[in-house]
Design a protein around this ligand. Structure first.
Ligand code: THU
Length: 157
């Protein structure tokens, strides 16, 4: 038997202005996207902004439904739109924000497991590392690749 360890590294920022310029506007887009969320049930408004390799920014937000499983998270709304509309363009970054009653969440919003799996596959599909930026009003976290959010990614089929 051998003990193994996985090291996960990420960066923590006190303000979006400490981020690279292209990521500052992505953060802004994710925050704006929270306003387009349709979340009458949870009242938790999530916004995601996806950056493609050519600089295109796509916004997505959570879209809920009375038949609960039919709704979709902000991250997958944005990524599936990117995949459907720009299939040849790699997704190089995604920023995620959450708000309640119009106020940005203090702690960074972390993507659910299903969204992480989808992010992982879009990273593989694009062939470029996907930076993930998790936004909170108190701090911002940045992960340079999806493996840092989802070790042992399922990719067997
Ligand atoms: N949600 C997202 O859109 N993204 C996440 O990363 C976590 C959760 C949505 C799903 C649901 O509409 C609401 O937030 C509450 O779970």
């Amino acid at each position: 038997m051998t003990n193994k360890e996985i090291k996960i590294s990420y960066q923590e920022y006190d303000s979006p202005y400490e981020l690279e310029k292209e990521f500052q506007s992505l953060v802004q887009a994710a925050i704006e996207a929270t306003e387009q969320s349709y979340a009458p049930y949870s009242k938790f408004n999530v916004g995601a902004a996806v950056l493609l390799e050519d600089g295109t920014v796509i916004k997505g937000s959570n879209q809920e439904n009375a038949a609960f499983p039919s709704g979709l998270c902000a991250e997958r709304t944005a990524l599936f739109y990117a995949g459907a509309s720009y299939p040849a363009k790699a997704v190089i970054a995604i920023a995620i924000a959450g708000a309640q009653n119009g106020i940005l969440c203090k702690s960074p919003v972390t993507p659910c497991g299903a969204c992480r799996q989808v992010m992982a596959q879009y990273q593989t599909r694009g062939g470029k590392p996907m930076t993930t930026i998790l936004i909170g009003s108190d701090k911002i976290l940045k992960f340079k690749q999806v493996e840092d959010l989802l070790p042992f990614i399922f990719d067997s089929i």
